[in-house]
Design a protein around this ligand. Structure first.
Ligand SMILES: [Zn+2]
Length: 104
């Protein structure tokens, strides 16, 4: 076995059981939830792991909204991982930049 050969893990969506393909793994096109529940919780020292594909996540996000909740979303820089701002503020920034160009 070559040490240079990077093995792509065989992972599936925990909701629809579809295989997460190589491109989806590279593009981070899925959600991974990992949780180590604490000592005095009702899930006492339970480790939870869940993979969710983008399609299933869309449904889960909609479900959260039907419960009155909201998922916080931000734009980030893929290279540095730096958080750039909320989706809303990023959209406003782009609108302002576009307006400046139009006025020239
Ligand atoms: Zn799925």
């Amino acid at each position: 076995m070559s040490s240079n050969s990077k093995k792509i893990p065989n992972i599936k969506c925990n909701v629809c059981h579809k295989k997460i393909n190589k491109e989806q793994i590279i593009d981070k096109d899925f959600i991974e939830i990992k949780q180590y529940w604490g000592y005095f919780t009702s899930r006492d020292q339970q480790f939870l792991h869940c993979i969710i594909c983008e399609e299933c996540w869309d449904r889960i996000e909609e479900y959260i909204e039907t419960l009155g909740g909201k998922v916080d979303k931000y734009r980030y820089d893929m290279l540095s991982g730096e958080i750039l701002g909320t989706e809303k503020s990023e959209i406003e920034k782009v609108k302002k930049q576009n307006a400046k160009h139009k006025n020239r």
